[in-house]
Design a protein around this ligand. Structure first.
Ligand code: ATP
Ligand code: MG
Ligand code: MG
Ligand code: MG
Length: 466
């Protein structure tokens, strides 16, 4: 089943159960300065759960564009993480609850998507007997229901509505087990969490007490790339139709054999994922910069470029990859087509800029690493990392990654100090300039621009008019 069919089947399934299907919201959360990115399907509906707004529809289903920066370094390392992904979700705002959500999820996964129940496991929160019995009722055997703790199976964000979760995991089989302790929720590649169902049923107050909510809610999220991986018989999202053309393009540009796996495989995956994320983020209005969202874009782009360079790619190429992303996803997300020129231009400019300084910066970093080593240090100084950031545009995390490959850590505290000192210097410089009179400022600017002056007073009273 191709991704387009999966997406549609999910939405149709819930539409047939009186859900209003809404389009994906932007990756940039509206009216929510507390969030950098939309990282889950529920983000646009937060006010309905917290009760600060009234929903127009009590049942909603979406396919939401998501971006998760905490997962950046997992891409290509774990089999399951992407930075950008699509989350399929069904929501109830004070309408149906577990009794409906659980059987529907099971029906969709086993009957409509046709996954074999023997390959599925379910997790419930420690004391959530209600969910446990509902899973038993749809036919999940006792042996394949596990009770997990707060870390994975309870959703809360400080004060406000919260509740236990239940997840459906796909089992790739015991031959993928990482050891005798391997089980659902393990970080290895045997189990793949495909769907998370959150049962919003409590209110957590300032003192940390939980009281039952009168209006309960459902918030679920299924990763489209993950269900596609399983349905298409692959091991990772990169094996699905969502990535096929993108991977092909990268392999062609880098002149590598993606099938070779190892470092090549990882580089191709990182480039594919990051380009997709950046393409979508720029379409939604983000731009590369040194702060906030822009910094994330910059970090993703520069990381992708560096991985390309590892394979000798010296020329800008990410726009070619982005074209493939737009071709594949444009029908579902028309904003990609509408913003195509802007997206490609932005990527091209950023890539060109970074390539100019990358070689020089890498050379300098390598020297810094060698020096640190020669002195028996295991840490790169904060000033060194800051110099790379300030002069060569190396995001701190990039320096950290390169250092880590060489067995060094970076002094983050020192970096922050160097950054603060530079800000202070800039502030003082600004103040000093403001303090100067109009005239002095003019001469300074002229001097800085390389315009000199000649004293002619010994032999002339006035410069002749020209
Ligand atoms: P994981 O434990 O694998 O990191 P999660 O528990 O953080 O996933 P949730 O927050 O429960 O994920 O999100 C709901 C669903 O979204 C997951 O069940 C999964 O299918 C999908 N998902 C989450 N993070 C990613 C990601 N980085 N890449 C692709 N899909 C993801
Ligand atoms: Mg996670
Ligand atoms: Mg999880
Ligand atoms: Mg989860």
């Amino acid at each position: 089943m191709e991704s387009e069919e999966i997406r549609q089947l999910f939405l149709d399934f819930f539409a047939a159960r009186e859900h209003r299907v809404l389009p994906s919201a932007s990756l940039i959360p509206a009216n929510d300065p507390s969030l950098l990115w939309t990282a889950a399907g529920m983000v646009p509906f937060k006010p309905y759960f917290t009760g600060t707004a009234e929903p127009e529809h009590r049942r909603v289903a979406t396919c939401q564009k998501c971006l998760r920066t905490p997962d950046i370094e997992s891409v290509g390392k774990t089999a399951r993480h992407l930075t950008f992904f699509e989350m399929l979700g069904n929501f109830s705002f004070g309408d149906y609850f577990k009794e409906e959500a659980i059987p529907w999820a099971w029906e969709l996964v086993t009957k409509r998507f046709g996954l074999s129940p023997e390959q599925l496991w379910v997790s419930v929160y420690l004391d959530d007997d209600e969910a446990y019995h509902l899973w038993r009722k749809v036919g999940v055997p006792e042996a394949r229901i596990v009770r997990l703790g707060k870390e994975t199976n309870f959703w809360e964000i400080g004060v406000g509505p919260c509740g236990p979760c239940s997840e459906i995991h796909f089992d790739f089989g015991p031959e993928h087990s990482c050891g005798p302790d391997c089980g659902v929720g393990c970080d290895c590649d045997r189990f793949l969490e495909i769907w998370n169902l959150v049962f919003i049923q409590f209110y957590r107050d300032e003192a940390g007490n939980y009281s039952p909510l009168a209006q309960k809610g459902i918030d679920t999220g299924m990763g489209l790339e993950r269900i596609a991986t399983v349905l298409q018989g692959g091991k990772t999202a990169f094996d699905t139709d969502l990535f096929r053309d993108v991977i092909e393009e990268i392999a062609e540009v880098l002149k590598v054999d993606y099938g070779a796996g190892g470092d090549v495989g990882r580089a191709v995956k990182v480039i594919a994922d990051h380009t997709r994320a950046v393409t979508f983020a720029i379409a939604d209005g983000a731009l590369p910069s040194n702060e906030g969202r822009g910094y994330v874009i910059r970090r993703l782009l520069r990381r992708a470029i560096r991985f390309g360079k590892l394979f000798g790619c010296e020329e800008p190429f990410l726009d070619r990859v982005a074209v493939r992303v737009i071709d594949k996803m444009g029908a579902v997300y028309p904003e990609l087509g509408q913003q195509k020129r802007h997206i490609l231009r932005t990527i091209r400019i950023e890539e060109g800029r970074f390539l100019e300084t990358l070689s020089l910066g890498t050379e300098i970093l390598n020297r810094m690493i060698a020096d640190a080593r020669a002195q028996g240090q295991r840490t790169l100084s904060g000033e060194a990392a800051f110099k790379l950031y300030d002069t060569y545009g190396f995001p701190l995390e990039l320096t950290e990654e390169i250092c880590a490959e060489e067995g060094l850590t970076v002094d983050r505290q020192g970096f922050a100090t160097a950054m603060a000192q530079q800000r202070e210097r800039a502030r003082q410089a600004r103040e000093t300039t403001e303090y100067l009179g109009e005239r002095e400022r003019f001469y300074r600017e002229a001097r800085d621009a390389g315009i000199g002056s000649r004293f002619t007073g010994y032999y002339a009273l006035e410069e002749p008019a020209r």
